[in-house]
Design a protein around this ligand. Structure first.
Ligand SMILES: [Zn+2]
Length: 157
């Protein structure tokens, strides 16, 4: 199913930006959690790096167990509504464009999950949001369409 829009709560941007600054110049990252509703995705939270994650200046390796456990807890607490809808990471000292490795990781994850996912990249001040679905070759950079005091809506079409 084609995703038409993505809503990202402000807290998601705030957590990613704060975490990026805290770990800079090393990369950081985690999962993006939220809801899927028809052709829309709503991001409400992110996981932050844990002790078992590995950081360098140009890579971030998430320890799958820890992050998935957090996602699973939230999923259960919400009665199966809040799901793992994407993955974020930081580029603290270079462009917000995805690298070749990012492209490959994102495609692999989307194939595995059999659903479109969002992939924010953050530099500590700004974030770019990318959408990867199962049918596109590469990720699609989303443009912010409208913001209010709760969040930002991105058009995906
Ligand atoms: Zn990257």
């Amino acid at each position: 199913m084609m995703i038409e829009g993505v809503l990202v709560d402000n807290i998601v941007f705030e957590k990613m930006a704060g975490c990026t600054r805290r770990f800079s110049p090393l990369e950081a990252g985690g999962l993006v959690l939220g809801y899927r509703k028809d052709t829309y995705i709503h991001a409400i939270d992110v996981t932050l790096p844990g002790l078992w994650d590995k950081h360098s200046r140009s890579s971030f390796h998430r320890s799958p167990r820890v992050h998935r456990l957090r996602a699973l807890r939230l999923w259960r607490k919400s009665g199966g509504l809040i799901d793992w809808i994407g993955e974020w990471h930081s580029h603290p000292s270079f462009s917000l464009s995805p690298s070749g490795v990012d492209h490959r990781n994102w495609k692999r994850l989307v194939r595995h999950r059999k659903a479109a996912m969002i992939f924010p990249i953050c530099d500590g001040r700004e974030c770019e949001l990318f959408l990867q679905d199962r049918f596109q070759i590469g990720p699609h950079k989303l443009a912010a369409f409208e913001s209010d005091n709760l969040g930002t809506f991105f058009n995906a079409t």
